[in-house]
Ligand binder design. Structure first.
Ligand SMILES: [Zn+2]
Length: 187
């Protein structure tokens, strides 16, 4: 099946074209849905897939945000593009600027990141952008960027980035070797 076909059967549209469309398949603990990118055997965030299917590719470094404040919603009408700064401001205004529950690690700087931004960081690093420049763009320290790239933090976030994958692209059971061994998974 194509990405679109697999996407469509996992969306609950029963409340109509303008309502929230909850994602009915796998979700991160943050509420964002995930869908496997069949070609690359990795995971996309479902609302990013929704944007991609409705409007086309998402520019590098750009987040897909929810107008409706429902992380699992994949109705393209409820989505808009923004920078990471927009995303952080948006999260703060909605009272969601805290660490997501899946990351209670010691490194509080990671609180500035979210699943989307981590995927963007990994993508930009894979494209050869210096970590220092990425850190500046996302308003975090270089070590936070390095941790995200090496899966010492955010190990459960797997997307369509070129970050090293380890086979089946498991989300929570993903054995990013370093992350698995360093006690970061203190859920
Ligand atoms: Zn919605």
């Amino acid at each position: 099946m194509t990405l679109r076909e697999r996407f469509e059967i996992k969306v609950d549209k029963r409340d109509g074209p303008h309502a929230c469309w909850p994602w009915t398949a796998a979700r991160l603990k943050s509420g964002y849905g995930t869908i496997r990118d069949g070609r690359q055997r990795r995971h996309l965030l479902a609302h990013r897939a929704a944007w991609l299917l409705a409007y086309g590719p998402i520019p590098s470094g750009i987040c897909v945000l929810h107008r409706c404040d429902v992380p699992s919603c994949v109705n393209p009408e409820h989505l808009f593009l923004g920078t990471l700064a927009d995303n952080n401001a948006d999260m703060r205004s909605k009272g969601r600027g805290k660490n997501p529950p899946t990351h209670r690690g010691k490194n509080n700087a990671s609180a500035k990141l979210n699943g989307d931004s981590v995927l963007e960081i990994r993508r930009r690093a894979a494209d050869g952008e210096p970590q220092r420049a990425i850190a500046r763009a996302f308003g975090v320290t270089k070590s936070t960027v390095a941790d995200a790239i090496r899966f010492r933090s955010w190990a459960y976030v797997r997307g369509d980035s070129k970050a090293p994958a380890d086979g089946a692209g498991a989300m929570n059971g993903g054995k990013a070797p370093e992350a698995a061994n360093q006690g970061n998974r203190d859920e």
